[in-house]
Design a protein around this ligand. Structure first.
Ligand SMILES: Nc1ncnc2c1ncn2[C@@H]1O[C@H](COP(=O)(O)OP(=O)(O)OP(=O)(O)O)[C@@H](O)[C@H]1O
Ligand SMILES: [Mg+2]
Length: 244
């Protein structure tokens, strides 16, 4: 008999094709995560965001099972429970932010979870401060810059105290200093995460395991360790690309 504690999230043989398309976008995806820091890479259009949408119950797999702490997520109350434990940062912040002011946006989740207006306000203000957004409460969300929206969107999910973060291209639109700050924030959180990104240095700084989606399947990158490095070129800062 196996007495091991089941992982927080497990995907078993998940396959999916968008309605009206014949070929499977994702095929037989198997994956589990408990407290790890996972990076997810893959070419544009390979299905990374779709995979997050499947995990969050925004799309329904054609086959396979999603398990939360060992229990299959099937009914709407299971999905609700899953969404309380997982925080999903959308690829496009405008899809995530819908309230007139920043405070209303960040407090929306905590209020929904049943916190009193005072407690929801406190946790929202604290979370904004943690993300370097002190005094942003009254700002009009619509008028924020792209990078500010990204951080406010992150605040909306952190304020709900999730156990696992699903972050879809979180470093997009961030200037170098803000990107560095986000790295520090993520490293300082005691939270599991899966980060989709094309920014390999960002993944190197925030993740210990890397997966790739290629031709519909999810593969763990066994051979390569995620790492960042600095190097010097003899001919100065002429723009260049790196191979392998
Ligand atoms: N509702 C839909 N109906 C049909 N095809 C869709 C639908 N939504 C997305 N797609 C297609 O599914 C594929 C996967 O999209 P997805 O957004 O998951 O890619 P991605 O890996 O996140 O790409 P990127 O790196 O560009 O963000 C794309 O080819 C996209 O055009
Ligand atoms: Mg995407």
């Amino acid at each position: 008999m196996n007495y091991e504690t089941p992982p927080l999230l497990r995907l078993c043989n998940i396959s999916y094709s968008h309605p009206g398309t014949s070929a499977s976008l994702l095929q037989d995806i198997n994956f589990s995560i408990n407290r790890e820091h996972v990076g997810l890479i893959g070419p544009n259009g390979c299905g990374k965001t779709t995979l997050f949408q499947l995990i969050m119950g925004l799309l329904k797999p054609d086959s396979g099972t999603i398990l939360l702490e060992g229990n299959a997520v099937t009914k709407s109350r299971d999905i609700k429970k899953l969404r309380r434990k997982l925080g999903f940062l959308f690829q496009h912040s405008d899809d995530q932010l819908f309230s007139p002011t920043v405070l209303e946006d960040v407090a929306f989740g905590p209020l929904n979870l049943g916190l009193s207006p005072d407690d929801a306000r406190d946790v929202s203000v604290q979370t904004l401060e943690q993300l370097g957004l002190k005094d942003f409460e009254g700002r009009i969300t619509h008028n924020l810059s792209g990078g500010e929206k990204k951080l406010v969107a992150l605040a909306t999910i952190l304020a709900m105290k999730p156990q696992l973060l699903l972050l879809d291209e979180p470093s997009n639109n961030l200037d170098p200093a803000t990107r560095e700050r986000l790295i520090e924030i993520l490293r300082g959180l005691d939270l599991a995460h899966i980060i989709i990104s094309h920014d390999l240095d960002f993944l190197a700084a925030t993740c210990t395991t890397l997966y790739t989606v290629q031709d519909g399947s999810l593969q763990r990158c066994e051979q390569k360790q995620v790492h960042s490095h600095e190097h010097i070129h003899p001919y100065g800062d002429y723009p260049h690309q790196h191979g392998t």
